[in-house]
Design a protein around this ligand. Structure first.
Ligand code: TYD
Length: 209
């Protein structure tokens, strides 16, 4: 199924508060101004099942089993791939994802300590082999602690997640682009536009000055 795609899948990864949502908004607006059809989705979410699982995973009682946590994220992903991503990509749209399979490797693998190979195999099945064309790893300041079930894990957890991201990004430099994001929003947006522009072969015109 993955091979039928004509669209482009772009994912954004990184720990909390590095500016993913802001940059996704900027990139989507820039591409729409160039008349591309753009769809923005977040994980977990984007489908009825995905939004329900999001609320269970993030806001209901703590999940004790990291394996259960992984499989719930994976279930949300499977539904998103089947219901939204495959149809969108086969229509030739650009899909921008706020997190995708790599989040499970970084958070449940490096963060929670689940076997990374097993996670990659689960990901391969639930995505039906679909992998992003480009992934932006936004790197900002460390994150300590927040309110939802994942954010409660604390500083050491997020340091492991950060290390995990660096490791998986280094394994596939043609897909991953590391973007330091503790800079003015416009500067970061422009760097991302340049990379997308060259991937889409748009030339340098119209990149925000
Ligand atoms: P969200 O509020 O979207 O956080 P952020 O704005 O930082 O992306 O919540 C998603 C949370 O779920 C985030 O803490 C990362 C975590 N997560 C995983 O642990 N595994 C996964 O596979 C995915 C998709 C997300």
């Amino acid at each position: 199924m993955g091979r039928e795609r004509q669209g482009v899948l772009i994912s954004f990864e990184g720990i909390e508060k590095v500016g993913k949502t802001t940059q996704i908004g900027r990139l989507a607006a820039w591409l729409r101004a160039k008349k591309f059809t753009v769809r923005v989705m977040r994980e977990p979410g984007g489908t009825m099942l995905g939004e329900s699982l999001r609320s269970i995973l993030l806001h209901q009682g703590e999940i004790k089993s990291p394996q259960a946590e992984l499989l719930l994220f994976a279930a949300a992903r499977a539904e998103l791939v089947r219901e939204v991503l495959m149809p969108s990509l086969s229509r030739g749209e650009i899909v921008i994802l706020d997190r995708f399979s790599d989040s499970s490797v970084a958070y449940q693998g490096f963060g929670r300590g689940i076997d990374v190979k097993w996670i990659q195999s689960v990901n391969l099945h639930v995505t039906e082999g679909l992998s992003p064309n480009m992934t932006f790893l936004l790197q900002g300041p460390s994150f300590d602690q927040g309110d939802d079930n994942i954010e409660k894990a604390g500083r050491e957890f997020f340091d492991r997640v950060k290390t995990g991201y660096n490791k998986i990004a280094a394994e596939d430099p043609s897909r991953w682009h590391i973007i330091p994001s503790a800079r003015p929003i416009d500067e970061v947006a422009k760097d991302i536009q340049k990379l997308v522009s060259s991937y889409l072969m748009l030339g340098q015109d119209g990149i925000e000055g």
